[in-house]
Design a protein around this ligand. Structure first.
Ligand code: HPA
Ligand code: ZN
Length: 326
């Protein structure tokens, strides 16, 4: 309880959050009804029962299914506003949000609808509560690089509202090298770069993300620990890792929270952070992630403070804004 209060009071940034993964079953049901979209569940309880995954792909199948209820600008606004309210409740001061436009445009929802709804909620949270944000467009790596290029083209009219690009979805078999050209183009547009790597994929995918995509951060990065030379490199370069403890448990990236690599990451000098990934699907927002991993690993207050500091130093905030939080 004392640890819970300490975590709750810590100012934090969240750097790894898929906005579509914050769709709570209650909102899913409400939007399904409002939009006349059929969903394969009879109740909110049935939805929650379906959230038992044995790997990343199991989850992704349900995640893409769930986002089919999102059709209008208002839907994306409500989704994002609901997440931001939860983040604020956890004393999160800054958020960097991923969205998956290809999950929507392939269903006939326009890029402009998605971005208008999300940014309306982000602007409102900034104006009303001083909650700052960045927006990161993720390419779905199970689709082709040509599809990613077309998505970046569709984003061009909105590029002033987009801060970076990322890479998510099914990792194994879709290495970072597949997206080298589209990331180079995003870089030339002045966008920040991140990629999921080393969640299920091997340490070589983390190296590719650094060497070929030239990413500013690694999302997850757990399997980096299998390669001591890579660990030294990440530590020396101060590369931020956006670690997601409850996600790792729910997707069987770790067998047991007590076996989570977060303490080993900190001991190796890695700039690890704690994030919620897809909180509706994995059972908790930021504070619940700090709590679960801190309880399992018996993290000290100093370690919790270091994690929260890493979340600001690893963020894409301008130096002066970042320093306000440190
Ligand atoms: N990994 C890969 N793709 C994703 C994830 C994740 O944890 N969440 C949403 N898309
Ligand atoms: Zn993720």
């Amino acid at each position: 309880a004392e640890r819970a209060a300490f975590i709750a009071r810590l100012p934090k940034a969240e750097l790894h959050l898929h906005i579509e993964g914050s769709l709570e079953p209650e909102l899913m049901f409400g939007l399904a009804q409002r939009n006349g979209v059929a969903i394969p569940f009879a109740s909110v309880e049935e939805v929650r029962e379906a959230y038992a995954f044995s790997n990343l792909q199991d989850f992704l199948d349900i995640y893409y299914q769930g986002m089919r209820v999102l059709l209008t600008e208002q839907d994306f606004y409500e989704l994002t506003a609901a997440y931001l309210a939860r983040a604020r409740g956890d004393n999160v001061r800054h958020v960097e949000i991923f969205f998956d436009p290809q999950g929507h445009t392939e269903r006939g929802v326009s890029f402009s609808t998605v971005i208008a709804g999300i940014t309306r909620a982000l602007d409102e949270a900034r104006e009303q509560h001083g909650l700052t944000s960045k927006l990161i467009l993720c390419f779905l790596r199970h689709l082709s690089e040509a599809d990613a290029e077309a998505t970046l083209d569709a984003a061009l009219p909105f590029v002033e509202r987009i801060d970076g690009v990322g890479l998510d979805s099914s990792e194994v078999g879709h290495p970072p090298s597949k997206f080298e050209r589209v990331f180079a183009r995003a870089r030339s547009l002045g966008l920040k770069l991140v990629a999921h790597a080393g969640e299920e994929g091997p340490p070589a995918y983390v190296e590719e993300a650094l060497d070929l995509l030239k990413v500013d951060r690694i999302d997850h990065g757990n399997r980096s620990l299998e390669d001591p030379a890579l660990v030294r490199r990440l530590a020396e370069a101060g590369v931020c890792l956006t670690v997601c403890p409850l996600s790792n448990l729910k997707l069987c990236v770790v067998d047991d929270m007590a076996a989570h690599p977060l303490r080993r990451m900190l001991e190796a000098g890695l700039a690890a952070t704690v994030n919620s990934d897809d909180p509706s699907y994995f059972g908790g927002y930021v504070n619940a992630n700090y709590q679960a991993v801190a309880d399992a690993l018996d993290l000290s207050r100093a370690e919790l403070v270091a994690l929260a500091r890493n979340s600001f130093t690893g963020s894409f905030l301008e130096q002066n804004e970042r320093d306000r939080h440190l």
